[in-house]
Ligand binder design. Structure first.
Ligand code: GTP
Ligand code: MG
Length: 262
């Protein structure tokens, strides 16, 4: 009884508030209800569509890297199992949807992969932005033979890629492929990783010091106060070795199959 006495005023108050709310609702013109209902209905359809579209996985793998690193030969190896010796500097992206040559004999339904080879010439690099929004994975090809003279340029290109919103927000996995390992003088992937990390670290310092108007980076890289290592990136960054010339590309194929599932 005592408890009832305590809660009774609160119930009365709530009832009055509810009555006032109902009166207010009844006073509103019908058009507002229809508009509210339409907005709620359309936004729920929009959210359902976004979820469905997110679930439809992309099958695009983008090949990027400096000119002469071996992207086009890698593209042919993936598609035809041969290097088509005698490639020239590409002037346009090379793209195709195909079942990987190494899987062409396999039985059952095999998902084709859409591979895009973006030329390394710096004027053609902006083409990369057209393909990143649909990329399931990114393969960055490095010339392991002629690596040291090109280390700075490769690091700059990688830095640009790793700070792009399209890469960071979608956490696009990146495979750095140290190519041309058929030659004994090719550098190992551990050496290349360390050198690239060092160069990116230097770039990070110089770019952070530059004025915001001079830099186009959409995201900052690494952890401030710590030397840069690839494991600090929000997207997964892995390293592999290959030879497009001899067809030793199994690590690239493994990466593709990990992110473009059959
Ligand atoms: N030894 C060796 N040479 C390679 C290998 N892959 C490519 N090359 C050579 O490197 C040169 C450049 O190869 P491409 O595939 O045309 O290079 P790219 O990356 O497509 O170059 P751009 O189209 O200019 O961006 C060619 O002369 C190839 O023969 C490799 O695995 N080993
Ligand atoms: Mg090419």
């Amino acid at each position: 009884m005592e408890q009832w006495i305590q809660v009774e005023p609160w119930i009365d108050q709530s009832k009055q508030q509810l009555d006032r709310l109902m009166e207010w609702v009844q006073r509103q013109p019908a058009a507002q209800f229809y508009a509210t209902f339409a907005i709620l209905f359309l936004s729920s359809i929009f959210f359902v569509l976004v979820r469905v579209l997110k679930r439809t996985k992309s099958n695009t793998i983008v090949l990027a890297g400096l000119s002469g690193s071996g992207k086009t030969i890698l593209f042919y190896q993936l598609r035809d199992g041969s290097s088509h010796q005698g490639t020239v500097t590409s002037m346009d992206p090379n793209e195709g949807s195909f079942v990987l040559h190494s899987e062409s004999e396999k039985k059952g339904k095999i998902k084709p992969v859409h591979v895009v080879d973006v030329p390394g010439h710096y004027r053609l690099r902006p083409k990369l932005d057209e393909f990143l929004p649909q990329a399931a994975g990114l393969v960055f090809v490095v010339d392991a033979l002629d690596f040291l003279p090109n280390c700075r340029a490769a690091a700059e290109y990688l830095y640009d890629i790793l700070t792009k919103a399209a890469v960071v927000k979608r956490k696009i996995p990146l495979l750095i492929v140290c190519n041309k390992t058929d030659k004994v003088s090719a550098h190992s992937k551990d050496f290349i990783r360390k050198q690239l990390e060092k160069e990116i670290d230097k770039l990070r310092v110089s770019r952070t010091g530059a004025s915001a108007a001079d830099i186009a980076d959409e995201f900052t890289l690494g952890v401030s106060g710590e030397p840069f290592v690839f494991s600090q990136c929000l997207n997964k960054v892995m390293l592999a070795e290959s030879s497009g010339l001899t067809g030793e590309i199994s690590q690239v194929e493994q990466f593709i199959r990990e992110y473009v599932r059959c």
